[in-house]
Structures are given as structure tokens and as C-alpha cells.
Design a protein around this ligand. Structure first.
Ligand code: ARG
Length: 467
């Protein structure tokens, strides 16, 4: 039987043969793009109202279309809607349900519209909503780091470079470092939202339409900031999806770095933090194990975020101007990135809130490793010793202390004087990890006063109420 007769296809006319069932199965997207249903219906209602405003359909017809679309929305939400590969994608599903209920009036909805500008609009609406949810999730995580920083505001911990003991820092300073990174992720999200929030609908398939549409009307109805200016570009532009995938990948990488750090901190060897048990899991064979699986999965899931970004970029690189069906492959990647980061954020904030620093272990830990060497060197510089010379003097002192298995502060005055003749008791004030922290003065440093300023600043930025 030829397709046109009882066909559910939107393109029946010219075809003499029905679509091969294998092609239907191969090319369907409704199994994953059904999650655009709400956005598709919002877009269609705005489009129908615009068609009425310019006289392409009557107001009664637009009302009927809007009403039936809301019924369809209700059916989809309630799980009463039937999906089939034969109707390909969510757009054709909704339109054919509309037509089944409304006849010819339903058949007018697609006036001056193509699935190309339709899907581009739906995806932008979907991403815009996701951006707002992700921003809220990142903010909640920033607040969790901030509140831990406030709880531990006086705690000194070893700072590392190359994962080797470097200089002492305030735990709060390090916790606020994550707030900074997540803050940049949020800035990038906001920036990406601006370019996402542009209306493609009205571009038609690629060239626009000869019908007298009013794109500003649709822009207002859907809350877009601008109307895309070039129909050829707009119908296939997926830059916003790539940008979003990048922002989420970088946020995922930040969270992976944090997870790695806390996995290390939580080992028996470090013992700096104790993770909440509800966010750890055990071993089926080793009864004593309490594993940081949540942090490991956060680290692991960043791989998907990076992969999705790469997939999108490669997807786009060979496409000539305007819509190509390859673009259907954009959705699973961007959906997965959004889902993945949302799931990570859902566990990261409560994990941070439930984590405790082990003050006893940390107090013992900052005494070792000559974390005050740089502090002593800077004290010598302040006393007039050239930097290279001061570096060398302290290097010799560290070597003496290392050989004897003691700290710099445990070297006697006579011993130090042998390396530096100008040695005096006041210079001892530079020794000790806590003093090293207190002596910091530069803006942005780990000095207690500077960190207190940063805490106050983050409280303001994150809208944390005083009290
Ligand atoms: N399902 C398609 C997609 O996701 C919708 C657009 C189809 N357009 C077309 N010309 N076949 O990209």
C-alpha cells in the first residue's frame, strides 16, 4: 500500500513507497526527544497564537489548538500517551495527536514552520531551563563549601604543590578556592544562557517564509531575549549546545579535582577528613572497608561530560550550511551532560555538609614537612638578605633539621647562627605553621584577615543571611 493513503507521515504526498520499518527504527528519535514535549507544546502554543495575531488562523482555531495541546501535555505527563517509532519524533507525535483530535484545525498548526526551526527552538527552551536548575545546584554547592569554611575558619592545614608539602594554608582558604571555580562556572553558564536565549522559530526550514509571520510576538511569548537574524544559521546553530556542554564539562572537571583531593584526604595515610558514612559504601569481601565511592563516581562521571562535548564538536564539524539530519544526534549528548551534572550536584552538597576535618591529625600533620621554610626565608628577605641568599640559607637549615629528624623551630640559635650570622630571636616569629599563615599580608592570601574578608564577600555573593 502506498504511503499517502492512511499514512501517519508528515510528508506523504510525493512518496510512492512506505518507509521501510528498519529505517523507522533506525531514524526514530522519540525514544529520547520525548523529553522535549513540554517545550514543544510551549513553542507550538506561542506559534499558534502568533498565527492568529496575523490572521493565518482564527482566534477560535488558536484557542482550540492551545486547549488540545494542553490536553496532550496532560496525557504525556500522566503516561497516557502512545509513542511509536512510526511517528519518528516528539514533534510529529504531538502534531498528529493534535490533528487526530482537531482535524483540519490541527493541520494548520505547522503553517510557516519547519521541524528544523521547531526542534532548534525546543532544544533552546530545554537548555535554558536546565541552565537555571544547574545554576541553583552550583549555588547550593558553593554554599556548602562556604559553610564548611566558616565552621573551620581557624583551622590550618598543609598546602601542597606537586602533592608535596608546600606551605600551610587555612582550610577555609582552600574551601573557598572551590567557591571561586564554581563561581566561574556559574558566570560561564550565565554567558551561555544569553546566547541560548535567542529565538530560531520563524526561520522555516532554512530560508524563512513568504507568509506574514510576526517573530517578535513569539519572542515575547517564549521570553527570548532576541530573534535570530539569519534563518540559514538559526535553523542549524547548535553553538549553544556545545557551549553548555563545555561549561558542564569544565564544572565536572572542577568537581573531579575536588573529589580526587578529598579521596586522598580521607585515606588512612592522610586522615585529614572524615566523610559522612551515608556517602560511603562498603566492600562485599573486606568487612573493615569504608570506601569513598561517591567521590570516585563524581570523578568518574566527569569523563562522560568531556566525552559529550567532544561528541558534539565532532558531530558539527562536517556539516554544510543549514539543517542536516546529523543534528538529531545532538540531543542525547546534551541531555546526558545535563543529567550527569545534576546528579553529581545532588550528592556533592550534602557530602560537603557532612564532612568533618580531623583537627588532631591535622595539628600533628602541620608540624612536619618544614611548611614554615618559606615563611623563614621571607623573614630573612625582610631583614635585608637577598632572596637567592635567603633561599640558600634556609635550604641549609632545612637540610640540618632533616638530618636530625627535627623541625626548623627545634634548631638552636647557635646552630642557625652558623648559617646566618644576623640571626636573632625576633626572626623565630616566622617559624611554626600557624605563624606562617598569620604573617601573610598580600591580597588574596591565606592570611586569617584576608580569608575573613573572603568569607564575608562570599556570604554577600551567595545571599547568605547574617546571624
Ligand atoms: N527529529 C529531528 C531532529 O531531532 C527533527 C528535525 C527533523 N527535520 C528534518 N528535516 N528531518 O533533528
Amino acid at each position: 500500500m502506498s504511503q499517502p493513503a492512511g499514512s501517519s507521515k508528515a510528508w506523504g504526498g510525493v512518496f510512492r513507497e512506505p518507509t521501510d520499518a528498519r529505517v523507522e527504527a533506525f531514524s526514530e528519535s522519540v525514544s529520547f526527544d520525548r523529553r522535549l514535549a513540554d517545550d514543544d507544546i510551549d513553542g507550538s502554543i506561542a506559534h499558534a497564537r502568533m498565527l492568529a495575531s496575523v490572521g493565518l488562523v482564527s482566534v477560535q482555531e488558536a484557542d482550540a489548538i492551545a486547549q488540545v495541546l494542553e490536553e496532550i501535555r496532560g496525557d504525556i505527563r500522566a503516561g497516557r500517551f502512545e509513542f511509536t517509532a512510526a511517528r519518528e519524533d516528539i514533534h510529529l507525535h504531538i502534531e498528529s495527536a493534535l490533528t487526530a483530535r482537531l482535524g483540519d484545525t490541527g493541520r494548520k498548526l505547522h503553517t510557516a514552520r519547519s521541524r528544523n526551526d521547531q526542534v532548534a527552538t525546543d532544544l533552546r527552551l530545554y537548555c535554558r531551563r536546565a541552565i537555571d536548575r544547574l545554576d541553583a545546584g552550583l549555588t547550593a554547592l558553593q554554599r556548602a563549601f562556604l559553610s564548611l569554611a566558616e565552621r573551620e575558619r581557624d583551622l590550618v592545614i598543609p598546602g601542597y604543590t606537586h602533592l608535596q608539602r608546600a606551605q600551610p594554608v587555612l582550610a577555609a582558604h582552600q574551601l573557598l578556592a572551590w567557591c571561586e571555580k564554581l563561581g566561574r562556572d556559574r558566570d560561564r553558564l550565565a554567558d551561555c544562557r544569553r546566547r541560548t536565549n535567542v529565538l530560531p522559530l520563524g526561520s522555516g526550514a532554512l530560508a524563512g517564509t513568504s507568509l506574514p509571520i510576526d517573530r517578535d510576538h513569539v519572542q515575547d511569548a517564549l521570553g527570548f531575549e532576541a530573534v535570530a537574524a539569519n534563518s540559514l544559521d538559526a535553523a542549524s546553530d547548535r553553538d549553544f549546545a556545545c557551549e553548555l556542554a563545555f561549561v558542564l564539562a569544565l564544572a565536572g572537571v572542577h568537581l573531579s579535582q575536588w573529589a580526587e583531593e578529598w579521596i586522598i584526604y580521607s585515606t588512612h595515610e592522610f586522615g585529614f577528613v572524615q566523610l559522612p558514612e551515608g556517602f560511603c559504601t562498603g566492600s562485599s569481601i573486606m568487612p573493615q572497608k569504608i570506601n569513598p565511592d561517591v567521590l570516585e563516581l563524581i570523578r568518574g562521571k566527569s569523563a562522560r561530560l568531556v566525552g559529550n562535548l567532544q561528541g558534539l564538536l565532532v558531530l558539527l564539524k562536517g556539516l554544510p550550511t543549514a539543517y542536516n539530519r546529523d543534528l538529531q544526534e545532538d540531543k542525547e549528548a546534551i541531555f546526558d551532560s545535563i543529567d550527569t551534572l545534576e546528579s553529581v550536584l545532588g550528592v556533592a552538597a550534602p557530602l560537603v555538609e557532612g564532612t568533618r576535618f580531623d583537627r588532631r591529625r591535622l595539628a600533628a600533620s602541620i608540624a612536619a614537612g618544614h611548611l614554615d621554610a618559606t615563611s623563614l626565608m621571607e623573614a630573612l628577605i625582610a631583614a635585608g638578605v637577598p632572596q637567592r641568599t635567603a633561599h640558600e640559607i634556609v635550604g641549609h637549615l632545612v637540610r640540618r633539621a632533616m638530618t636530625r629528624g627535627i623541625s626548623l623551630g627545634e634548631l638552636s640559635d647557635e646552630e642557625i647562627s652558623r648559617e646566618y650570622a644576623g640571626w636573632n630571636a625576633a626572626l623565630r616569629g616566622a617559624l611554626g605553621a600557624s605563624r606562617a599563615v598569620e604573617r601573610m599580608q598580600s591580597f588574596g592570601s591565606t592570611a586569617p584577615a584576608a580569608v575573613a574578608d573572603q568569607i564575608a564577600c562570599w556570604r554577600r555573593r551567595l545571599g547568605v543571611a547574617d546571624g
